[in-house]
Design a protein around this ligand. Structure first.
Ligand SMILES: [Zn+2]
Length: 421
């Protein structure tokens, strides 16, 4: 079951019993290349103010019962986990709870975002810091649950999720698309990735049979709430919840100095020189080799990145690029965005110029060239290279919203940051 939905149900239930929820629930996305991940590899945490052991016991049983009831435990790949971590606090000071988390929990959380972490790693940490873990089946969910509690957020965004009535699960979502376009026009870039204009694709609507009707991503809770008011669903919304997230912050990317430092199943920012012109492989994916003094790697703009592939095809041998992306099973660097930092010269082969100044024509296969103006012939001549204008300029380029990873920071968020400094 969708973790955010289970959490939204739990939050409503705990509130209905009078338990104060502190701040926003957090939706933390982990390493997109983790092998046993769920689709979006997300985990949720929230803070509840508890006044006694009895209250704590009651909260725990509400949460564990509901997770067990709502999870699709019969599915092989559903292995949920719940973690409780308690810290003493002063009721007046609850907002700074986050900074009192153990340092090793924060370090662990970053590991789950940048690296691969095992259930054993999670269990050892829980034991060390005194967190209480509950595993359902294999209980893989405890890895993310601990990370969702501990992830430090230097940068953050918000997502408002609107859930469908359970009877509608699995059916085609009914949304007024024009209202989404109007909402985008009014709220972008305080909200972003609402739609893909070029592909005429509504991005806020998931394309999986999950309980989510739509999710609006933005900079502040106010922005996503205002956007939600503008969207007109044509089916009933069961409930909504706003999550504080690490989505679209690039928290998964590790800057490295050289290509040889990169490993499979991790995400990086790396600079290299384009080592050959791009080529298209079966399936419409575009492949580009890059190199530096330490090694080389292949970068890929896959078919789902659509129009981004056309930009990628404009890169040429000798260009200097900074690539933001992750390395999958095949060892290829999946490009999320890149900065073109240095442009190489591009050439094309043309027929030689005649001494009279006219471009010569081919005289036939292996017969050299002839001039149509003055009639001169050039038997042993060969084609010459002339520099041509490049079809791309220095700057940043990114995949369209429809192909963007949850963690990947859209360029508009860099630009906003700059404006506000
Ligand atoms: Zn001539």
């Amino acid at each position: 079951m969708c973790t955010t939905y289970v959490s939204a149900v739990l939050l409503d239930e705990l509130k209905s019993y009078g338990y104060p929820i502190i701040g926003y629930p957090r939706l933390i996305r982990l390493n997109p290349f983790a092998r046993y991940k769920t689709r979006g590899n997300g985990a949720v945490s929230f803070k509840v103010l508890v006044k006694s052991e009895n209250e704590f016991d009651e909260i725990k049983s509400i949460i564990l019962d509901r997770v067990e009831e709502l999870s699709h435990l019969q599915e092989e790949n559903t292995n949920p986990g719940v973690v409780f971590f308690t810290t003493k606090t002063d009721e007046l000071n609850v907002e700074d709870l986050e900074i009192r988390l153990p340092t090793e929990l924060k370090t662990y959380a970053l590991e789950t975002i940048e690296n691969i972490v095992t259930i054993k790693d999670a269990e050892e940490l829980a034991d060390k810091i005194g967190a209480e873990i509950h595993k359902f089946k294999k209980g893989r969910g405890i890895i993310g649950a601990l990370a969702a509690i501990g992830a430090p957020l230097n940068d953050k965004t918000f997502e408002l999720l609107a859930y469908r009535m359970p009877d509608n699960y699995g059916t085609k979502r009914r949304l007024n698309y024009q209202s989404v376009r109007d909402m985008d026009a009014k709220t972008y870039p305080c909200t972003f990735d609402n739609l893909d204009e070029k592909e005429d694709y509504i991005t806020i609507e998931p394309h999986t049979p999950c309980p989510i009707l739509y999710g609006i991503r933005g900079e502040t809770p106010k922005a996503v709430a205002a956007a939600h008011d503008m969207v007109k669903p044509c089916e009933q919304v069961e409930k909504t919840a706003v999550f504080l997230t690490n989505q679209h912050t690039d928290q998964h990317l590790v800057p490295v100095d050289s290509i040889s430092q990169m490993e499979k199943f991790k995400c990086y920012i790396v600079t290299g020189i384009v080592a050959g012109n791009p080529h298209v492989i079966e399936g419409g994916h575009v492949i580009l080799p890059i190199e530096d003094d330490t090694g080389c790697t292949e970068c890929a703009a896959y078919e789902p990145t659509k129009g981004f592939r056309e930009i990628f095809k404009e890169l040429r041998k000798g260009d200097e690029i900074k690539v933001y992306g992750g390395i999958g099973e095949k060892g290829t660097l999946n490009v999320e965005k890149f900065e073109l930092m240095g442009l190489a010269k591009d050439y094309k082969e043309v027929n030689p110029l005649c001494v009279c100044g006219k471009r010569m024509k081919s005289a036939g296969k292996n017969k050299g060239f002839k001039c149509v103006k003055c009639g001169r012939k050039l038997k042993d001549g060969s084609k010459v290279l002339v520099e041509i204008e490049r079809g791309i300029q220095k700057g940043f380029y990114e995949v369209p919203p429809s192909a963007r990873r949850h963690l990947s920071k859209p360029l508009v968020r860099f630009q906003r940051e700059c404006k506000h400094k």
